[in-house]
Write a protein that binds this ligand. Structure first.
Ligand code: GLY
Ligand code: MN
Ligand code: MN
Length: 433
């Protein structure tokens, strides 16, 4: 289906869920990095999901009804600014290019949006999403309220639009899945490249550069998050992003990196030996994490609870921690006491989509929600062992995570990041080749 039609259907679903009232969505503002330099522009995920309009300084207003109206406010054409900063659609072209019902200059927003709010029962917007847009929305509401003596009423219900949009976004449609598969393939290719080019003596940032090279040359706009390229003990720092240390012979390298392609994230972690050969202790922990991941992936299927993959990974990890002498007691006592958290302190996955930690509730009415066909999530168990006298020394500074992206299918799941190997034999073969 054509992308404008897909987005029109999303706007209709939103309007149908609202029943009545008006929704307001703001484009992301530019973010200053320092002085005259901005961060690369990244659109707001909700705004993009519903409009596809790529520019900043834009607002989408959706008025529920039959048919619902989708009204865009955006910057005017401006030759002077376009010479410096590039193309701007301007309202008329934007309306046609994105299949919207109306478009106006952003300079008209303060005049026209209050009119769109008049006598409407409900307003939907991203409450607290951004101070500037909160302020604008409150100003517009006050403009409507100021007319009460003329018999005009302002919406007296304000809803967080996220409660509707997050539920829409958590189940991916065919076009989203297609983009996510492409993003996953590019990231898998980047991890393979990193394995092939890693050698003792290289710097972590040199390997990071290989990942970025592969992302960008395949059309991905950026990494979906800051790449973690962590050699040796650095792998035990969960959010290590300095990536400035030398890679030592005999150490492992943990890489957590994924590209963002056309607004969709991928998220892969692989851990492999810098010199291409796992040592005995590295092998023991690696096989354990790999087995935990396999057990978790088994649980990714429609009807399973969100928590089932985590529970399965934890069972395997805890038994392994006991077998390797990292923990003492029984599996039940280690889970009960939480002693495993010293080595496994994060959860086994998260929703994945436009945002790397994507939107969507994990619990409903106090219960873990059930997985449904079309949901996408990561499966990423790990084991991180810091030096500690209570732990056999051969395991010190081993940090391993193995992370893949799963699509829930009708009869289980599909691992969309399968293009990068993870068995010890395959990893060693790639590195040897
Ligand atoms: N790279 C972020 C995560 O794995 O959750
Ligand atoms: Mn992840
Ligand atoms: Mn990750």
């Amino acid at each position: 289906m054509q992308i404008n039609k897909i987005r029109a259907n999303r706007r209709k679903r939103l309007a149908d869920s609202m029943g009545n009232g008006v929704a307001i969505l703001h484009a992301a503002p530019e973010q200053i990095r320092n002085r005259d330099a901005n961060h690369p522009y990244r659109f707001d995920s909700y705004f993009h999901y519903l409009s596809g309009f790529p520019e900043t300084e834009a607002i989408l207003v959706i008025v529920a009804g039959t048919p619902e109206a989708s009204i865009l406010f955006c910057r005017d054409k401006d030759l002077e600014r376009e010479i410096w900063d590039g193309f701007r659609y301007g309202p008329e072209t934007a309306r046609d290019a994105f299949g919207l019902s109306e478009a106006h200059s952003i300079t008209k927003a303060d005049e026209l949006i209050p009119k769109l709010l008049e006598n409407q029962a409900a307003l939907y917007y991203e409450l607290g999403g951004n101070q500037h847009s909160d302020r604008k929305v409150f100003d517009w509401l006050n403009q409507v309220r100021a007319q009460s003596r003329n018999g005009v009423t302002a919406p007296d219900e304000i809803h967080d639009i996220r409660s509707i949009l997050d539920e829409m976004r958590v189940v991916k449609d065919a076009s989203e899945i297609e983009t996510m598969r492409r993003a996953a393939n590019i990231s898998a290719q980047a991890h393979v490249r990193a394995m092939q080019l890693t050698r003792p003596g290289k710097m972590e940032y040199e390997v990071e550069a290989e990942l970025l090279h592969e992302f960008r040359r395949n059309g991905a706009q950026s990494p979906a998050y800051t790449s973690i390229v962590a050699g040796g003990a650095n792998a035990c720092v969960l959010h290590y992003v300095n990536n400035d240390a030398v890679l030592n012979d005999g150490d492992l390298l943990l890489i957590d990196a994924g590209c963002e392609l056309d607004g969709y994230a991928s998220d892969i972690t692989r851990t492999f030996p810098v010199n291409g050969k796992f040592s005995g202790a590295q092998r023991d922990v690696y096989e354990l994490v790999l087995a935990a991941q396999a057990a978790a992936i088994e649980q990714v299927a429609p009807g399973r609870e969100w928590e089932d993959p985590h529970r399965a990974a934890l069972q395997v990890l805890v038994q392994g921690m006991l077998d390797l002498g990292l923990c003492k007691g029984t599996p039940e006592s280690v889970i009960e006491s939480g002693d495993y958290r010293k080595f496994y302190m994060h959860r086994t996955g998260h929703w994945l989509g436009m945002d790397v930690h994507d939107v969507g509730d994990y619990k409903r009415d106090g219960q873990w929600r059930k997985l449904e066909t079309g949901m996408t999530l990561t499966v990423e168990p790990g084991c991180y062992i810091r030096p500690d006298d209570s732990v056999p020394e051969q395991f010190w500074n081993i940090g391993i995570r193995i992370e893949d992206d799963a699509l829930v299918t009708q009869d289980g799941c599909e691992i969309i990041t399968g293009g990068v190997p993870k068995s010890i034999a395959e990893v060693e073969a790639i590195m040897a080749g």
